[in-house]
Write a protein that binds this ligand. Structure first.
Ligand SMILES: Nc1ncnc2c1ncn2[C@@H]1O[C@H](COP(=O)(O)OP(=O)(O)O)[C@@H](O)[C@H]1O
Ligand SMILES: [Mg+2]
Length: 370
């Protein structure tokens, strides 16, 4: 098996570090505090949540519920996810079904067959969309009952989505219900730092300062380095001096990109030399090229040039300086400012300290070279 996984969670062996963060989250849960986990996309939030849940399952002290609401567009979408997750809490099937059908006036079961495994699976969907509030109350009622027997941890991934739901007062509704559950801990997680910091940091909003925040950054270099080299060595692969440093630098230490690059390197079966690195990099960029060309259609010519310039810039560059504008043919400072705002809103770039960076690492490398 390829030890560099690029989705989900496969246990301790394939999970690098995050010891401090894991400990911090476990401590918070054991001491009755809720948490919010924030990072760039693909940095490892979901992996960390699943890692923490694995530990919780072993400790047997909490029951766990995990929801990913990224694809939900409204409150009903979230209710469907929650109903399905609550239904999956451990219990005999008959018992669960009975409980569900008697408690729920407004949800109906949907049976579907998993196209991969052929296994049937059951999910729930709200039957009467006008009854969102009472259905949510019912669901929290079940959670309350369950948590009296054993405390529950609910993780809601991509939580910033609720800020975009069209219904009124969603945050107040959810926050109110959460406060009725004294024996249930919540972990929220999401990538959109500005939405989340407004949600949790604005004194007029329902979730104001209701949780502790953890910001997840890159896995420390020497930890990641040791992890990567041990997996290559376990496969008896020779690793050339400096090769792992080169992988981490080229991927800026951004977890998914590092994992993907290593996954591809592993697949080659070759020794990990600078030449293998070079060839694999070319192959990755080539395979993504069609997507990158598509991006061009989403941007104006000026935004595209600006993005290219940002991919090539470094810490010393000030985007609105005369030099930078001249070297990169970028009209003038105010157009650059507007361009930066647009790219920021499209989440094509992010800001770290004084520097702007192209969000997608491989795309950035492609722009740099193009
Ligand atoms: N600590 C880790 N060690 C190894 N791989 C990881 C680790 N954390 C995340 N990954 C992998 O990196 C990829 C991106 O992580 P993910 O948790 O999905 O990021 P996020 O939820 O922040 O977008 C996933 O494929 C995941 O398997
Ligand atoms: Mg995630």
């Amino acid at each position: 098996m390829n030890p560099f996984i690029i989705r989900g969670y496969q246990g301790n062996t394939f999970f690098c570090d995050r010891e401090k963060e894991t400990e911090a989250i476990l401590q918070a849960l054991h001491n009755g505090r809720d948490m919010t986990l924030v990072s760039l996309r693909k940095m490892g939030k979901t992996g960390l949540l699943l890692h923490v849940f694995e530990k919780l399952k072993r400790e047997k002290e909490f029951e766990t519920i995990y929801l990913d609401i990224y694809h939900t567009e409204n409150l009903n979408g979230m209710i469907n996810q929650l109903a399905t997750a609550v239904f999956r809490l451990k219990k005999s099937f008959g018992e669960r079904m009975k409980e569900f059908l008697s408690t729920f006036r407004y949800v109906r079961p949907i049976i579907s067959v998993d196209p991969q495994s052929g296994q049937p699976s059951i999910s729930f969907q709200i039957a009467d969309e006008h009854e969102a509030r009472s259905t949510l109350e019912d669901l929290f009622g079940i959670l309350r009952q369950r948590s009296l027997k054993k405390p529950v941890v609910v993780a809601i991934d991509e939580f910033q989505q609720i800020a975009g739901y069209p219904e009124k007062n969603v945050e107040a509704l959810i926050r109110g219900l959460i406060q009725t559950l004294s024996n249930t801990r919540f972990i929220f997680s999401g990538s959109n730092k500005s939405i989340l910091s407004r949600m949790f940091g604005d004194a007029t909003r329902p979730f104001y300062q209701s949780t502790e925040m953890i910001y997840l950054s890159e896995i420390p270099r020497e930890r990641y380095s040791r992890f990567i080299s041990s997996h290559f060595k376990k496969d008896s692969r020779q690793v050339e001096e400096g090769a792992i440093d080169e992988i981490l630098s080229w991927c800026r230490g951004h977890t998914w990109y590092v994992q993907y690059f290593c996954n591809k390197l592993f697949e080659t079966g070759s020794p990990i030399t600078h030449e293998t690195l070079f060839n694999t990099r070319q192959e990755i960029l080539l395979s993504y090229e069609p997507f990158y060309s598509e991006y061009r259609n989403l941007l104006t010519r000026h935004q595209w040039e600006l993005l290219k310039a940002i991919s090539r810039s470094d810490k010393s560059d000030k985007l609105t300086s005369g030099d930078f504008i001249r070297t990169n043919n970028l009209t003038n400072a105010s157009t650059v400012k507007r361009g930066v705002v647009a790219l920021f809103e499209k989440e094509m770039i992010f800001r770290t300290g004084d520097q702007y960076v192209v969000y997608d690492v491989f795309f950035s490398r492609w722009l740099e070279g193009g």
